[in-house]
Ligand binder design. Structure first.
Ligand SMILES: *[C@@H]1O[C@H](CO)[C@@H](O)[C@H](O)[C@H]1NC(C)=O
Ligand SMILES: *[C@@H]1O[C@H](CO)[C@@H](O)[C@H](O)[C@H]1NC(C)=O
Ligand SMILES: *[C@@H]1O[C@H](CO)[C@@H](O)[C@H](O)[C@H]1NC(C)=O
Length: 227
């Protein structure tokens, strides 16, 4: 009786351990995302949406979220709030400025805590970090950062991107043409040298012992005529 019990215990612990690992990998961690762009450009005087969504498969209750701002000389909390549960919208407890509004919704699994920043000033340039802390995850904090660059014209940025794309495309096409030309050139040179070789072989075959060279050169002679 003692034998199987002792042997069974490690198996049971292994099972629990694997289950825990599965939970950790697939479920326990909440994820925060600010989208694909790591840098957002916006024109002064306009408004910009700073996106942030999170996902949590174990659900949440009394989740805390906040946005912070960080530039070379400033650090501040822009907005701070809580979300009671999955059926309620976020409640803002602190807001640094009138120009900031929480526009997301957390109802119906939208889990969206994006903010809108109005009347952009050049000094708004900096790092914006969206933080989420879920009590169900032992208060682990998750965050994602986006960089906002306030500019006076967007065209400049577009032009740079366009120029980079054009340069890359142009480079690739150029390289292809170069490779094709190189291939043509090599084929041409090979053909020429073969013709030269043939001439040599023909002239030398008359007088001496290079009989082995003849069949070989005849076989090589055919492919170029096909091309
Ligand atoms: C943005 O800044 C530029 C340069 O300082 C200024 O000329 C322009 O009027 C500003 N635009 C707005 C909408 O404030
Ligand atoms: C703000 O950013 C700077 C550098 O980008 C970093 O060294 C600093 O630790 C950040 N401050 C905070 C409070 O996160
Ligand atoms: C979050 O909410 C804002 C405002 O309603 C919306 O513009 C944005 O597309 C939403 N983001 C996602 C990922 O659903």
């Amino acid at each position: 009786m003692a034998g199987p019990g002792v042997r069974g215990a490690p198996a049971r612990w292994l099972g629990i351990g694997l289950w825990g690992l599965f939970l950790l990998r697939g479920c326990l961690s909440l994820e925060v995302s600010v989208g694909k762009a790591t840098t957002i450009y916006a024109v002064n005087g306009t408004e910009i949406l700073l996106p942030c969504t999170f996902s949590s498969c174990i659900g949440f209750e009394n989740l805390r979220f906040w946005w912070s701002y960080n530039s070379s000389d400033t650090f501040k909390i822009l907005i701070d709030g809580t979300v009671k549960n999955e059926k309620s919208d976020p409640k803002v407890k602190l807001r640094d400025e009138e120009r900031i509004t929480l526009v997301g919704s957390t109802k119906e699994k939208m889990n969206n805590i994006s903010i809108l920043l109005r009347d952009l000033e050049f000094s708004d340039t900096g790092k914006y970090t969206c933080h989420v802390r879920n009590p169900r995850e032992y208060y682990l904090e998750h965050q994602a950062t986006i960089f906002l660059q306030v500019v006076d014209k967007l065209e400049v940025v577009d032009n740079t991107l366009m120029r980079i794309i054009l340069a890359v495309v142009g480079g690739v096409i150029g390289l292809l043409i170069f490779v094709l030309l190189l291939k043509k050139l090599i084929t041409f040179i090979l053909k020429k040298t073969q013709e030269k070789k043939k001439e040599c072989l023909v002239s030398s075959s008359g007088n001496d012992n290079t009989e082995n060279g003849l069949p070989g050169s005849k076989a090589e002679e055919k492919p170029p005529t096909k091309v």
